[in-house]
Design a protein around this ligand. Structure first.
Ligand code: HEM
Ligand code: HEM
Length: 196
């Protein structure tokens, strides 16, 4: 049987995406949820507020990791010619395309706003032991009066998308009973034929 371009590069088929693609997807999923909770907790939980400088660095480092993983997922998608909602009906493919596109865009925007805030707070970027100042005039008041609210609003949009996206994946699995979800799951959890 001949394999298409996508299957040749990723090892992906109707029964499974490549391991790298799945590891990246689920790492991003876990980190995004953790990141949203950490960002909100940093500003509201007394112990984290007392250690805000370190808590912000942890949030920033995880943010940069999310950025790296998301760009990697996107590059793999381009290299392999992956199509959102492959095998689904055209209207579902369009929805999948829009939701996935919105995910990539919002994650990039959220990280860009975050990096901008690090500059405005006069902190620069810390990547493990390496520190890089950002070429910006510090203005912490602008962060707390404006930019932080935009950052929180984008986080809320991401939370909304996660609910829609997870609901759609479960709808495909339990109602349409197709391979959309199983091909993204770890091998041991996937079923060969969801209809059986
Ligand atoms: C929590 C944060 C999550 C984020 C940020 C996220 C992000 C993404 C992105 C960007 C894609 C498109 C990958 C591509 O084709 O380029 C994708 C695909 C997918 N995600 Fe998620 N995801 C999340 C959670 C979940 C959850 C909880 C589920 C399952 C309940 C799920 C199931 C899927 C499935 C099945 C696909 C493949 C859809 C298709 O082939 O069209 N994701 N996800
Ligand atoms: C490089 C990436 C990022 C940087 C540098 C960054 C930076 C920051 C900073 C400086 C704060 C204020 C202090 C704090 O809570 O730690 C913050 C808050 C926050 N961040 Fe991020 N962030 C990044 C990515 C993200 C991502 C991807 C999310 C998505 C879930 C997120 C969600 C939040 C939330 C929910 C808050 C609290 C907002 C509020 O409640 O007003 N951040 N971020």
């Amino acid at each position: 049987m001949t394999k298409n371009k996508h299957e040749k590069v990723t090892g992906s088929s109707a029964t499974g995406e490549s391991t790298l693609f799945k590891v990246l997807h689920w790492s991003i999923a876990v980190l995004i949820v953790f990141q949203g909770l950490l960002g909100a907790a940093n500003l509201r939980i007394a112990w984290l507020q007392a250690h805000l400088a370190s808590a912000i660095v942890v949030h920033e480092e995880i943010g940069l990791l999310i950025l790296l993983l998301t760009l990697s997922l996107f590059i793999i998608r381009i290299i392999t010619g992956r199509r959102s909602g492959a095998g689904a009906q055209p209207s579902h493919q369009l929805w999948a395309k829009m939701v996935h596109g919105a995910f990539y865009m919002l994650i990039l925007v959220e990280c860009a706003i975050g990096i901008w805030m690090m500059g405005l707070l006069g902190k620069g970027l810390t990547i493990l032991a390496w520190h890089m100042p950002l070429p910006m005039t510090p203005d912490p008041r602008f962060v707390f009066s404006n930019v932080l609210q935009w950052h929180a609003a984008v986080a809320l949009m991401l939370a909304f998308l996660i609910v829609i996206h997870s609901g759609a994946a479960l709808y495909h699995h339990y109602v349409l009973r197709d391979h959309t979800l199983t091909r993204m799951l770890p091998v041991r959890l996937s079923r060969t034929d969801p209809k059986s």
